[in-house]
Design a protein around this ligand. Sequence first.
Ligand SMILES: Cc1cc2nc3c(=O)[nH]c(=O)nc-3n(C[C@H](O)[C@H](O)[C@H](O)COP(=O)(O)O)c2cc1C
Length: 351
Amino acid sequence: MLYRALRPLLFRLPAETAHGLGTKTLRGLQAATPLRGLVRDRFRVEDDRLRVAALGTTFPNPVGVAAGFDKDAEVPAALGDLGFGFVEVGTVTPRSQDGNPRPRLFRLAEDRAMVNRLGLNGDGVDRVKRRLARTDAGVPVGVNVGKTNDAGPERAVREARRVADRLREHAAYVVVNVSCPNVPDEFEESAPAHLHDLLGALSEAVPETPLLVKAGPDQGREALAALVDVLDEHAVDGVVATNTTTERPALGSPHAAETGGLSGAPLEQRATETVRTLARLDDDLTLVGVGGVDSAESAYRKLRAGASLVQLYTGFVYGGPATARRINRGLLDLLERDGFDDVEEAVGVDA
Ligand SMILES: Cc1cc2nc3c(=O)[nH]c(=O)nc-3n(C[C@H](O)[C@H](O)[C@H](O)COP(=O)(O)O)c2cc1C
């Protein structure tokens, strides 16, 4: 309610300024111990039917925060208090980097979408590690790892390995981001030959931690089949599908032509289809569905397509602090409507 009243003001600020304000508010919440219990009581939906056992961890509910929202692990506990079932921090790079010049984040309100070309800005692994070491998020934390923007293939492998190795003790899972559309085209990061080297190094670096790959939304069945072959070879546990798209479906907002990755509602269907294709190709992979999740219905579509867990970023920006509660409550209604005993029973029924 309050968010709905404040949103027009917040949306008058440049998108990145509003995001900074949001993070600051969450930092305040995370530091205010007595307030945290109240927030948790208000926003967390505790229900055994929402619980998901995946990747060797129990997630209290399947609705997580996607990478990029809390790049530097500043507020994972506050996000858990707001009712999210897990938080993926990152993409974490080996050193701090600035990313692209501002403005680089745009709201497409008419399309319930955003375009960003942040370019993997962040504090770097050392600061992220310090923050994770002193924070108990209260929910599982995934760590999304990447490379310095101008790294070539060999350095990219070394860097991702180092970041994963440094953060593994704090990670419920590690995911390597090879699908960011906003970094210079040094080389084809998702090419099977490179993935082969990268995943070989990572599975050596984090043998005890579930390892996933973050895929883009614009690959056809053949490219996804080639991806699955490489994943199987290295016993990779799963895929986070998907990242943003550089394609532009019909959009109504003035910012539609901005360069960058498109997220939110216009991405939903192609992300869900990517999940479904992956589920059909390999039912051993654990899939994390992301792209345009903004309601119980859209979360449910990803679960039914084969995702064990879902994540969102853009839907949280438009939906505000009650987003996870709304989705989790709605999921319970949908499970009941369709006669499922719990979320896990619905996973993959439409694959
Ligand atoms: C501003 C912004 C920054 C993002 N940064 C990252 C990132 O650092 N690493 C990553 O893997 N994905 C990043 N993403 C992609 C999201 O994790 C997610 O895959 C994508 O936005 C689709 O989900 P959504 O429609 O719920 O936003 C970012 C997305 C946005 C909007």
